[in-house]
Design a protein around this ligand. Structure first.
Ligand code: XCC
Length: 670
């Protein structure tokens, strides 16, 4: 019998624990209990099962085992990983494609409710590609940019255009290694072709194409998605938000938007403010409509509109368990099929909206940009009509404030204002050692580990070590829920040098940079840091590290791979999908080692899987220090900092005058 964990082992979040206890009492299963009941297959989990053709599945579980076709363990693992990366890249990139079509439609006046909100960003993006700006309206520029971006998906030859935004040296390396993506679709199709029975059967060669496929995501599809979201909905800038299940309201109609694409959720945000909808909700006996988000939709609407986040990936079921959700409106990616069965215990309606996603038993209201606002209002009316069907409600009283919205544009601005926006202060802080390095802590939740535990532990420890943390995706929401994304509030938990910098610039030590496609913002920040000077001439020289402590999706693997290709050390928690059975099955860790040592030789970046958070932190710091040393920067020494900064000044100001003078000048009186 598989072992069932205690609720306290499922999550560190008290809101989650409360809802999981409720589920237990009601006899309702969740991803946590299903994970307990479903131990992973150890052969498939190690990447050693090949299902690529009808001669199998072939389970290569002993030294020397090969598939019916003769495929070795390394080939099978490389194929499995490459297919996962292709699927992840496809998901992100198809999102980017849809955004490009919306931009095109907006440029041609064919949409309802959308406009170009950020003309400055439009100009900046267009100028990367030498699109003429003078004498043209935003729509004319957007039209040409949309055509260029749409073409990136079907392009057959040449180079995907966003690649030119990488540091020059990196571009040259990619060209030398033959991994510059030609077109997004081409690389994904080729990944499927190469991994078909009887094709590419040299693991290094297969994995070379995994890199190229992931590049079509990070340096094309995802980057396109972020650019266009900013152009249409505005580049994020800091605002006050809230996170966790306590954002649900007992006296309002709760509508939760869940998934990834901001096109629908932004329109639902607009519709909730429509007087007709407010009146409709009041007529139904509610105070209004409370909108909140789950997963990356939450990040998109939180950082642009301040719409509260109900939670991250593992909160999707928990939100419904409150009994207070009239409708959960989903589009694409990370939506559990279990929602429909779970919702049947309550009054909640699960509404699918994408032409690509239907879930058996859910209500389907297809959304398109031509009728965006009308559809958004129809969905809200359906939710409002459902308010009267509410049963017993239990909403955890857990909510944290946060300040999201640190786009790369804003980071550039905050470091020097409009007066002299630049990355110089950040680079200087790293060079002096006030900031030891930078860590991007991103990615999912996984019910096989304790929800948010690894995220929060890694964030807290790195902050203490003066590492500036940037976050996206469900990792960002984990920190938000636990109160780590506030300015002053979090500063007592960070190292002295980092604290001085945060106080000087007025930022939280953990910067929320957006959704999963927005990991491309991190690529942009790293590129700008290189271009600013002082930290080497390529991304792999920066004292930086990327971590996804609770990953689970194929998209996370795609992100990891393009970060490696860009020169980053990437540490994943949990189990490796190609972990093999080292010590038991010969050669079963060849691929695993290649992702680390092999890729590092080529790209200066590497991907490793480390289950123990303490070891994860140790390796992250070791890497940062190694990069500092290679740049000839002073060794990190926390004792040198903390003598300036607001905290110190506030402490001094609280002292009686004589003591303050003594502390400041070493003398008690004149
Ligand atoms: Fe999905 Fe983007 Fe993972 Fe969260 S973090 S579980 S992919 S929502 Ni990207």
């Amino acid at each position: 019998m598989p072992k069932k964990r205690e609720v306290s082992e499922y999550s560190i979040d008290p809101a989650a624990q409360e809802m999981l206890n409720r589920a237990d009492k009601m006899g309702i299963g969740t991803a946590f209990t299903r994970a307990d009941a479903m131990p992973p297959c150890n052969i498939g989990g190690a990447g050693m099962c090949c299902k690529q053709c009808g001669m199998g599945p072939c389970r290569l579980a002993k030294s020397g085992d090969v598939g019916v076709c003769g495929a070795t363990i390394e080939t099978v693992q490389a194929r499995n990983l490459t297919r996962a990366i292709a699927a992840g890249s496809a998901a992100h990139s198809d999102h980017g494609r849809d955004m490009a079509f919306v931009l095109k439609a907006v440029a041609n006046g064919e949409t309802e409710g959308y406009e170009i909100k950020d003309v400055a960003k439009l100009h900046m993006v267009a100028s990367y590609y030498d699109i003429k700006l003078e004498g043209r309206t935003p729509k004319e520029i957007a039209n040409e940019l949309a055509d260029l971006y749409i073409a990136q998906f079907g392009q057959q030859r040449g180079e995907a255009v966003p690649v030119r935004r990488a540091p020059k040296k990196r571009q040259e390396l990619w060209r030398k290694l033959g991994v510059v993506p030609r077109g997004v679709d081409r690389e994904i199709v080729e990944a499927l072709h190469r991994t078909h029975i009887g094709d590419d059967q040299d693991y290094e060669h297969i994995l070379n194409h995994a890199i190229r496929t992931s590049m079509a995501d990070g340096w094309a599809g995802s980057m396109i998605a972020t650019d266009i979201s900013d152009i249409l909905f505005g580049s994020p800038a800091p605002l006050l938000g809230q996170a966790n299940l306590g954002v649900l309201k007992s006296d309002m109609v709760n509508v939760v938007v869940h998934g990834h694409e901001p096109t629908l959720s932004e329109m639902i945000v607009a519709a909730t403010q429509d007087p007709e909808i407010i009146a409709y909700a009041k007529a139904a006996g509610a105070k209004g409509v409370q909108l909140s988000g789950i997963c990356c939709t939450a990040n998109e609407t939180l950082m642009r509109q301040g719409i509260p986040a109900a939670g991250n990936f593992l909160h999707q079921e928990l939100a419904i368990l409150t009994g207070s959700v009239e409708a959960m409106v989903v589009d694409v990616q990370c939506i559990m099929q279990a929602l429909v069965e779970l919702a049947s215990h309550f009054h909640t309606k699960i509404i699918t909206t994408s032409s690509k996603v239907k879930i058996t038993g859910a209500t389907h209201i297809e959304f398109d940009e031509q009728h965006a606002l009308t559809t958004a209002k129809d969905i809200l009316k359906l939710a409002i009509d459902n308010y009267k069907n509410r049963g017993e409600v239990q909403i955890p009283n857990e909510v944290s404030d946060l300040i999201p919205g640190f786009s790369h544009e804003y980071i550039n601005y905050m470091l020097g204002g409009s007066y002299r926006a630049s990355f110089r202060p950040l680079n200087d802080a790293i060079m002096s050692g006030r900031i030891r390095g930078v860590a991007a802590i991103v990615g999912c939740n996984n019910p096989r580990s304790k929800q948010d535990f690894m995220h929060v532990k890694v964030v807290r420890e790195l902050l203490k070590q003066d590492v500036l943390v940037v976050q996206t995706g469900c990792g960002a929401i984990a920190s938000a829920k636990l109160g780590l994304m506030l300015g002053e509030a979090g500063l007592d938990q960070v190292g002295p040098g980092l604290r001085e910098i945060c106080e000087t610039i007025g930022i939280p030590p953990v910067l929320h940079m957006g959704s999963c496609v927005d990991n491309t913002r991190i690529l942009t920040v790293l590129t700008q840091m290189v271009e600013e000077g002082g930290l080497g001439d390529d991304i792999d020289q920066i004292p930086a590290v990327a971590l996804a402590p609770e990953w689970m999706s194929e998209k996370a693997l795609a992100i990891a791979t393009y970060c490696v290709a860009s020169g980053a050390y990437v540490i994943f928690g949990g189990a490796s999908p190609v972990g093999g059975m080292p010590g038991r099955v010969e050669n079963s860790d060849k691929v695993l080692n290649y992702l680390s040592e092999g890729w590092e030789k080529l790209y200066g970046g590497k991907l490793e899987f480390i289950a123990d958070p303490d070891e994860m932190i140790r390796k992250a710091l070791e890497h940062v220090d190694k990069k500092r040393a290679a740049l000839g920067l002073p060794e990190y020494n926390a004792a040198r900092w903390g003598k300036s900064g607001d905290t110190k000044m506030l402490e001094l100001e609280a002292l009686p005058l004589a003591e303050r003078r003594k502390a400041l000048y070493g003398v008690a009186a004149d």
